[in-house]
Design a protein around this ligand. Structure first.
Ligand code: GLU
Length: 506
């Protein structure tokens, strides 16, 4: 059987990095097995629909290089019409609304579900009464006996209500005291007694839409999904999903519930707020909230998508070796569900930076130059010589984590210092340092010559070098003198000396 997995996001807001990881693991799983990775938009809950979220999700996955085989076309649009490549269109559940009702009815006919006519007010009342006596109300095998549904009302009344009223629902008839035995690819064998579960709503007459549970199972079946790989938060729904497959008599996919992403410190799920507090992104791309708030994205914060993907892949999975750097292709080859951990994965923002630094180091200098040119432009360096920029990058890339660090590190290689660090001036701008250092710079054109000049005269190397660096860059620490001299050239070295003598005094 051909492997077919899906990522089925609900467009209720921007995709959290945990969601991106779920998509990534699905993608890796499918690609390794030569199967299909499908995207399906689960938008049947119209109250939680957020405009722009769907596009955000697709764009985020594209940025990461997680490209679906089915459900979204080359332009990044959710496919609405059937074609050879997209045989199950439309892939947006709101556009599939017509297909679900018959499945809800089938379950009622087979005795696995029933029609419930309780108004929201009467359910509210039942809830309040239960709470008053210190209990919580759930719609289940016990309470359903006392409520208004097709199990308690006479058949003609049921027919009348189905015809004449519009706020009824179809509920799953959760069996009483039955053990559901389940298997999860990550968690192993799980058993749950149905007495702890409620009669979930499957379909609503009010908006003529299925709920998540029904739409999800029907679509996984119709789209021939072989493995469901999703977040741990869906584990409590697994017994219902097992029972639904059983009720329909359909082949059930395998299930894998991925561990949560945890906060960097303390316990609990990684949240948007942790990012705000500690200053790291929790989302792949920037997102502007309707109330004017911007959530930070890895893309806009200067991360390479390859670094982000590599870092995410390692959050909850390990290859069983020491290797930490993986290209997407290597991840596809190395990934395996049985090396995904059961317990939550602590997110480490420092590790995310480390990954970016590694990818920056490995990045082609010419590509980095392309990214650096606009930054130079913004800082007033227009029309910089590309070969010169590449030389600069070769020199400084080891010191940077992001391309945006380049300017601060290499500024002195483009412009003479406009001011000098006061503490370095106090320490190194002394006649016994600057006089011989200037002499040395006048007669030497390379770092090696300069060092030799100082050494042969038995002058204090450190002090003279720091004084020279102060003159050339405005501070005593930073790039190597030889490197600076080689890049800016002898004439510019002398100009900077003359300027320093003017500004700092002799
Ligand atoms: N629509 C669900 C979500 O937003 C999908 C859960 C599943 O993969 O079954 O996470």
């Amino acid at each position: 059987m051909r492997t077919r997995v899906r990522f089925a996001p609900s467009p209720t807001g921007p995709l959290h990095m945990g969601g991106v990881r779920t998509a990534l693991y699905n993608y890796l799983y499918a690609k390794q097995k030569g199967g299909d990775f499908i995207i399906r938009i689960e938008d049947t809950d119209s109250h939680r629909f957020v405009p722009g979220a769907e596009q955000y999700i697709i764009e985020a996955l594209r940025w990461c290089g997680i490209i679906p085989d089915e459900g979204v076309d080359e332009e990044g649009k959710v496919v609405e019409t059937v074609s050879e490549k997209h045989p199950h269109a439309p892939y947006r559940q709101s556009q599939r609304r017509g297909i679900y009702k018959k499945y809800a009815d089938e379950l009622v006919e087979k005795g696995f579900a029933y029609y419930a006519f309780d108004s929201s007010e009467s359910l509210e009342k039942a809830r309040a009464e239960a709470e008053a006596s210190g209990q919580t109300f759930i719609y289940n095998f016990e309470t359903r006996k006392k409520l208004r549904n097709s199990l308690t009302l006479p058949a003609d009344e049921v027919s009348r209500l189905l015809e004449e009223t519009t706020d009824w629902t179809v509920r799953f008839k959760m069996p009483e005291d039955t053990v559901v035995s389940m298997d999860d690819m990550i968690r192993g064998h799980i058993e749950v007694n149905t007495s702890t579960l409620d009669d979930k709503v499957l379909w609503k007459r009010a908006d003529e839409l299925p709920t998540y549970h029904l739409a999800n199972i029907v679509d996984d079946h119709l789209m021939e999904i072989t493995e469901v790989i999703r977040g741990e938060e869906w584990l409590p729904s697994l017994p219902l999903h097992y029972l639904l497959y059983h009720a329909f008599g359909w082949r059930r996919p395998e299930f894998a519930h991925l561990p949560l992403l945890l906060k960097p410190v303390g316990n609990g799920k990684l949240s948007k707020r942790d990012g705000d507090k500690m200053g790291f992104p929790v989302f792949p791309l920037n997102w502007n909230n309707s109330d004017g708030e911007t959530y930070h994205g890895y893309r806009e914060d200067g991360y390479f998508p390859e670094a982000f993907v590599n870092m995410l892949a390692m959050l909850g999975w390990n290859p069983g070796t020491e290797q930490e750097i993986f290209s997407m292709k290597e991840l596809v080859d190395a990934f395996s569900i049985d090396k995904v951990s059961k317990s939550g994965a602590k997110f480490n923002p420092e590790k995310a930076k480390w990954y970016n630094k590694e990818y920056l180091r490995m990045r082609d200098d010419a590509l980095l130059a392309d990214a650096f040119m606009p930054i130079l432009e913004k800082n007033g360096i227009s029309g910089a010589d590309r070969d010169y920029v590449i030389k600069v990058i070769r020199l400084i890339k080891e010191r940077a984590t992001f391309v945006s660090d380049f300017w601060t590190i290499s500024k002195a290689l483009f412009v003479a210092p406009a001011e000098y660090e006061q503490k370095d001036v106090d320490k190194f701008w002394k006649a016994e340092n600057f006089s011989p250092a200037f002499e040395a710079c006048k007669s030497c054109t390379s770092g090696a010559e300069l060092e030799e000049w100082i050494r042969s005269r038995e002058l204090p190397m450190g002090k003279l070098m720091n004084c020279t660096r102060l003159v050339l860059t405005g501070a005593a620490s930073g790039l190597g003198i030889g490197d600076i001299m080689a890049l800016i050239g002898h004439d510019e070295v002398i100009r900077r000396w003359e300027n320093a003598l003017k500004v700092l005094g002799e």
